[in-house]
Design a protein around this ligand. Sequence first.
Ligand code: TYD
Length: 233
Amino acid sequence: MSEGTAASRGEPSASARGVFITFEGGDGSGKSTQASLLAQRLSQAGYPVLHTREPGGTDVGLEIRELVLHHRGDIVPRAEALLYAADRAHHIATVVRPAIDAGTIVVQDRYLDSSVAYQGVGRGLDAAEVRELSLWATERLLPDLTVLLDIDETDARARLDAARKGFDRLEAESSEFHAIVRTAFLALAEVERDRFFVVDAAAPAEHLAARIDERVSQLLARQGLVPDDGRPG
Ligand code: TYD
């Protein structure tokens, strides 16, 4: 099957098909906040919205999340990549794809680009192989739009420290690891410029939300999506 966004593949879009929007970025980039804000705004505008995340968007996924983020002791990189892919396979097949097929706008915190950046590049596995693993797992589902919150790893660490929560296995990695992940995300955005929308995560949250809203509105207009109540978004 050919790749590319739904629009570029020429698949039925308009009101028949929903839209798949993912948020990516380093730990502490504020992407979860921005994903929530977008989901709220779209829902208030009358669109059917599903806000979800990886890892952990299903019951099975919650168990995988616990294992992959909090297991004490080593998990080899290939096993780690497979755990994220297993979570993804189940999540996409049982939650995300049915929602998109029903015309829902899916707003998702992290997707396959996280695996490519963290496992493919950060853990030193082959980026192309890790991407292919996720595409196999999801029967080749790619987002229509990926918002990348780019942040300097030192700033991100300061935010995580300020939030004072315990670090999970990935967050506890060195700043070199997070710098590599950041570079990997930016490289992915360069390759797929149509799919990615890169924003500077250091900007104030309201400013970021406004920029993201504007970009998403363009996408919805292009896909011919209108809210359930028929009012423009
Ligand atoms: P996330 O839930 O975004 O973290 P939090 O809610 O604590 O901000 O992601 C959890 C961690 O999993 C994060 O460090 C990135 C990592 N991750 C991968 O390494 N590969 C993946 O494919 C995904 C989805 C996440």
